[in-house]
Design a protein around this ligand. Structure first.
Ligand SMILES: [Mg+2]
Length: 271
């Protein structure tokens, strides 16, 4: 397939699933051309979902963050590993119970699917990004897992970016529970293709009609490969052009950033 054919194939997509950090913003800085990209999606009647592996913020909080950066879109356009985890648990055990180490974004997502909180004999111990993380809650979680609760992590990320360096993310926070119990956690977020499948359902689109945009080979692009969704790698985040060849799989297309998308797709339309 030559470049022209690849671009044509992207132009025919009905839906865009877009990672957030490294794709539309860095921390609190909106990246170049993001407003124009979102305008293009809306003007051309494409469906879109901004998707993050973080389980900390609710769709409403993400909407407010983008509004502060000058982009106004409704909260239905946001999808998090907390929402995907809630859907996963609801399909596994409807109206179950959980002991949660995590933020309100995760707890609310679980309440929304009919789960209740239980510190005594929950079906699941669920771990996400947690500011109030402490030894007491880890010890409690360990004993619940020893007692038979199943161990679920919202996302496997070991670290997340903060202004000055990195901070431990869910994969690191759940590790002491996994080590102390000998139980391997199940992670719902990227690169688990389950996250993409539930996102497709949310969009009401088929995988063939959808494209994934991300900045990480080992999460965004890999989950695209495994869910058989065409992927666009952007170089505004953690991946440089040289690193791509180190992986056994390739994105469908590589772009400098989402800022290139409207121009790339419009050009074809004019020809
Ligand atoms: Mg990213």
């Amino acid at each position: 397939m030559n470049m022209q054919e690849k671009i044509e194939r992207i132009r025919n997509k009905k839906a865009f699933i877009c990672d957030m950090d490294g794709v539309i913003y860095h921390g609190n800085r909106l990246l170049d051309g993001v407003k124009e990209f979102i305008d293009w999606l809306q003007e051309n009647e494409r469906k879109y979902l901004f998707l993050t592996n973080s389980s900390e913020k609710s769709p409403m909080e993400l909407q407010q963050k983008l509004a502060r950066l000058g982009v106004s879109i409704s909260k239905e356009h946001f999808y998090t590993s907390a929402l995907a985890t809630a859907i996963f648990l609801q399909t596994q055990k409807p109206n179950g119970t959980a002991y949660v180490i995590g933020e309100p974004g995760l707890i609310n997502a679980l309440y929304d699917v009919g789960y209740s909180m239980n510190e005594i004999n929950p079906d699941y111990v669920v771990v996400g990004e947690a500011k109030a993380y402490n030894l007491d809650s880890v010890t409690h979680a360990v004993n619940l897992v020893v007692g038979g609760a199943r161990l679920v992590g919202t996302n496997p990320d070991l670290t997340g970016p903060i202004e000055k360096g990195i901070m431990p993310a869910t994969g690191a926070l759940i590790a002491p529970i996994a080590l102390a119990t000998g139980v391997t956690p199940y992670f719902v977020g990227k690169p688990n293709p389950l996250m993409m499948r539930t996102a497709l359902k949310r969009l009401g689109c088929k995988r063939e009609e959808t494209v994934i945009i991300g900045d990480r080979m080992d999460t965004d692009i890999l989950s695209g490969i495994e869910a058989e969704i065409d992927s666009l790698l952007v170089l505004t985040g953690v991946t440089s052009r040289e690193i791509i060849n180190k992986f056994a799989y390739r994105p469908f297309l590589v772009l400098d950033g989402v800022k290139n998308i409207p121009e790339m797709l419009e050009k074809i339309e004019l020809e």
